[in-house]
Design a protein around this ligand. Structure first.
Ligand SMILES: C[S@@+](CC[C@H](N)C(=O)[O-])C[C@H]1O[C@@H](n2cnc3c(N)ncnc32)[C@H](O)[C@@H]1O
Length: 269
């Protein structure tokens, strides 16, 4: 199976679980249930979730809250790469108002169906969900003011392509405002693989300096990476033990090195 097929199957199943009234995560909690999953839980405050259908909040599979950190102005066009159940698209649509527009892009049919149903329940009209891949964005050059994304770019096997596509569709002066998992500092390969498996990064997260270099290579300016949640080895203990990992032995190599971050950059005007 190709990596993309693995990702599609994983998120197709997650969408079906949500449709059936279950949690979006494999054994983990959803954004509405602040108890368990250290990655997806408690990302949104009540003022944000209160304005959305419960199903849209339950479908949240992100690792940050890009719309809370991004500047979004009335009348702007926003594109969410890997929009899943649509939570960040619906939040963006409210922020840009009726004169603006929010696009969601996702390759998984079940997620698109869920997102469109959540849009219907939310009664939001300035939203459109597109089927497609973030490596080949089906929108014209210079057509978007802000590209957001929430825990998706780490899933791509061709991150350079994703970043150059984001750059292409942004208008001059447009903003890249993305939540993603990043690593910071040297970590032995096997420890890295196990931790990223726990976080759900199938293709692998970038180290923060690699992210900066790839964004610069794509043409972006004003690049900044701000950690929003640093993962603790204790959060991953049960998972890692199940994988046969000696957690106490690797703990010092993990501390402070795996995190969700908010990544911003600007396409030069
Ligand atoms: C971790 S979920 C995040 C969903 C959403 N951003 C959120 O915060 O709830 C990843 C989503 O990205 C989509 N996805 C992953 N890789 C993709 C790709 N290469 N092109 C388009 N969609 C992709 C999956 O189908 C899934 O819906």
């Amino acid at each position: 199976m190709e990596l993309k097929d693995v990702v599609k199957e994983k998120y197709g199943q997650a969408a079906l679980r949500i449709n059936a009234g279950g949690s979006s995560c494999c054994g983990a909690a959803s954004a509405l249930d602040g108890c368990c999953d250290p990655i997806t839980s408690n990302l949104y405050d009540a003022a944000q979730t209160g304005a959305l259908p419960e199903e849209a909040v339950l479908a949240s599979l992100g690792c940050g809250n890009p719309t809370a950190l991004a500047r979004l102005n009335p009348g702007e066009t926003v594109l969410d790469l890997g929009s899943g159940g649509g939570i960040d698209v619906l939040l963006s649509a409210r922020r840009v108002g009726p004169l603006g527009k929010a696009w969601g892009l996702d390759m998984t049919d079940e997620m698109l169906a869920l997102a469109r149903e959540n849009q219907r329940k939310a009664g939001v009209e300035n939203v459109e969900f597109l089927k497609g891949e973030i490596e080949r964005i089906p929108l014209p050059d210079n057509s978007v003011d802000v590209v957001i994304s929430n825990c998706v770019i780490n899933l791509s096997a061709d991150k350079d392509r994703v970043l150059s596509e984001a750059f292409r569709v942004l208008k001059p002066g447009g903003r890249f405002a993305v939540s993603d998992v990043v690593t910071r500092g040297a970590v032995p390969d096997d420890v890295r693989q196990n931790m990223l498996l726990w976080v759900g990064c199938i293709a692998g997260a970038l180290d923060d300096y690699q992210y900066v270099a790839k964004l610069a290579n794509a043409g972006f300016d004003a690049i900044d990476i701000e950690p929003t949640r640093v993962y603790n080895i204790e959060d991953a203990r049960t998972f890692l033990t199940g994988q046969g990992v000696d957690v106490d032995a690797i703990a010092p190599q993990v501390e402070g090195k795996f995190m969700s971050a908010f990544i911003r950059a600007v396409k030069p005007a």
